[in-house]
Design a protein around this ligand. Structure first.
Ligand SMILES: [Mg+2]
Length: 360
């Protein structure tokens, strides 16, 4: 299967509800979607995104710059093409928009490669299972009242979820704990509750508040400190019984190695676009295995689900619904598991009407 052409779609997807964390106040997800067209009419899909239309235009420029590496190449040459693109980015650096742009192309290429084998991507990657334990992430934001949090948590359970993530980082002392208690009480002991600080604390706050939160039995406490403070994160991880999850903001598998070497987290959650796509994500996953560290995901559930399915040391998959409107099929959530499609490739097709509706 030969890649004929890369078509780039700049899109802006409005969020059903604004995203508010300790560092975000966001209304739309500015997305660059790659449609990789191959001989025989097959189409591979990949995407990357930024918050802000001008930033997304920078992403788009990098996607268009890298596209000729893929055009005319064999779709099964996923790793070779990735390595060529990666080397070509040496001067710009292996972080930021360049790596995110590569993600969209690399993902679309893997989609095509799996299609050429007539296999869903999870099978193509060697997975045995098409059901991956997941947690609901599209909610429980920081601006919600306690009543709203509880109502939303109940909606997640009704939708089939058995795990969900709240956000922490309220300014009034004790408020985070109050909110977590209310959720734990409403959910009971059998639903997993996760909490994300989005880098909002310093080390002393993380240890103090983390200790107070131990009674909640959080499944994990995420990004307590600024992402680059690896030594601080390692001290927090050592001080708390609650597992620390981190890594979504770091770039590349070498970045993941820095986290692992520093013991900065108990669980690593590589972000697909900061890994440069499926190729880099697979390398990060194998590194985590070498360090006996469970691995999770960040966003991109349509793609990450396949990689997580193939990792026997994976823990929960993040289920975020931001892009589902773009596709002709939604991933089912059954009894706390995301069910991956049986169609070849990543297994979701483009909804052309949505494409027109969200055009930036
Ligand atoms: Mg996070």
């Amino acid at each position: 299967m030969k890649i004929d052409r890369v078509v780039v779609h700049p899109l802006s997807l409005p969020l059903a509800q604004p995203l508010k964390t300790s560092i975000h106040d966001i209304r739309s997800v500015d997305t660059v979607l790659v449609e990789m067209q191959a001989s025989g009419g097959a189409v591979g899909l990949g995407y990357c995104f930024a918050f802000g239309p001008r930033r997304a235009r920078a992403l788009q420029a990098l996607v268009e710059d890298l596209a000729p590496i893929y055009e005319g190449a064999e779709a099964t040459a996923t790793r070779a093409l990735f390595d060529r693109a990666w080397r070509s980015l040496n001067f710009l650096g292996h972080a930021g928009v360049a790596v995110m742009a590569l993600c969209a192309l690399d993902t679309a290429c893997w989609d095509l490669a799996a299609q050429s084998a007539n296999l869903p991507l999870w099978r193509f990657l060697g997975a045995e299972r098409n059901r991956v334990p997941a947690y609901a992430s599209s909610g429980l934001w920081l601006h919600r009242s306690i009543d709203e949090l509880v109502a939303e948590a109940r909606r997640f359970v009704a939708a089939g979820h058995r795990a969900m993530k709240m956000r922490l980082g309220k300014t009034r002392a004790g408020e985070d704990l109050e909110r977590a208690r209310a959720l734990r009480e409403a959910l009971g002991p059998d639903v997993k509750l996760l909490a994300d600080v989005n880098q909002g604390w310093d080390e002393a706050t993380a240890i103090r508040t983390g200790r107070a939160l131990e009674e909640i039995g959080l499944f994990w406490l995420e990004e307590p400190l600024p992402y680059e403070d690896l030594e601080g994160a390692a001290r927090v991880a050592a001080a708390l019984d609650t597992p620390i999850a981190s890594g979504e903001t770091e770039y590349g598998w070498v970045g993941m190695k820095r986290y692992l070497d520093a013991r900065a987290a108990d669980i690593l959650m590589p972000d697909l676009q900061r890994m440069g796509g499926v190729t880099g994500y697979l390398r990060a996953v194998d590194l985590c295995d070498a360090y006996h560290t469970p691995v999770s995901s960040h966003l991109f559930v349509e793609v990450s689900g396949h990689v997580v399915a193939a990792a026997s040391h994976a823990t929960l998959l993040e289920h975020m619904d931001w892009w589902q409107e773009l596709f002709d099929d939604r991933l089912a959530v059954v009894d706390g598991h995301v069910v991956l499609p049986d169609r070849p490739g990543i297994g979701v097709g483009l909804d052309r009407k949505a494409l027109a509706r969200f055009r930036a």
